[in-house]
Ligand binder design. Sequence first.
Ligand SMILES: [Zn+2]
Length: 319
Amino acid sequence: MFKKIATVGNGAAGETTPSYADRATAKVDLAIDALAEAIAAADAIVVGAGAGLSTSSGLTYEGERFERLFGDFIERYGFHDMYSAGFHPYATLEEQWAYWSRYIWYNRYEPAPKDSYAKLLRLLGDKDFFVITTNVDHQFQRVGFPKERLFYTQGDYGLWQCSVPCHAKTYDNYATVKRMVEEQRDMHVPSELVPHCPVCGEPMGMNLRADDTFVEDEGWHEAALRYRSFIDAHTTGRMLFLELGVGANTPGIIKYPFWRSVFDNGDATYACINLGETYAPSEIRTRSILIDGDIDAVLDELLATTHTPCADGPVPAAI
Ligand SMILES: [Zn+2]
């Protein structure tokens, strides 16, 4: 069952019957079946999630959602997307935090428009799994993924740190951000809400890996250690490395290590779900399942797929 290979997106053009669209659909269906089987048969699963998963769950940073949430900032500055607007050199900290508090609130504390993360949790069921993610919106924890099975490598919108930083500690920002959103007027938060470091007095900043000032706090190191332990304990056996929405920006964190782990373990499978961007090196291609599609829709199909019990594996429960 691990020999199946199903990819789409590279078909030859010009064929008439069946249509390219039909063949692509058939290949996606085949790949989804293969992935459902691989999940059912896996001894353990490592999930690697990137920005594409949050985008698929409706946490989009441009277009209608951006215009609805930041219409006033767009009108004043002509911003095009939520991400780049975060780097604008605002004249005052009061205005900067008016922008950032809204940014944090709607991407970290409000539920995502779609329940893609919850679907993934249902799909994993009682499997032994671990999640590594470059996403900083903490949607995994929000839908109930156990914290001890998560490694957020790049930070958390929900944490602040000293901007210097003068010490390696992070601070939960929920209560202050909530007040900032509620009390901001004319795109400014009240001055008394602007956060300052309790140690050195400099402005607080986001705990995001944007440069070398990123604070890796105690929780970060503990999660890194747990992830490393999980990987080290699963170098053999039917491992599934499930990559969701990982782009090309930081391939060294998830994508390349996943390829390496699958290459090193002949019983491992690599699966990649991503819209418009799926690839596996030739060395592991026969053990790769590539699904070029919308992650949320693919999760729906996986949850609806009936599994064929595996001769040499556990009988999968209905999921
Ligand atoms: Zn400080």
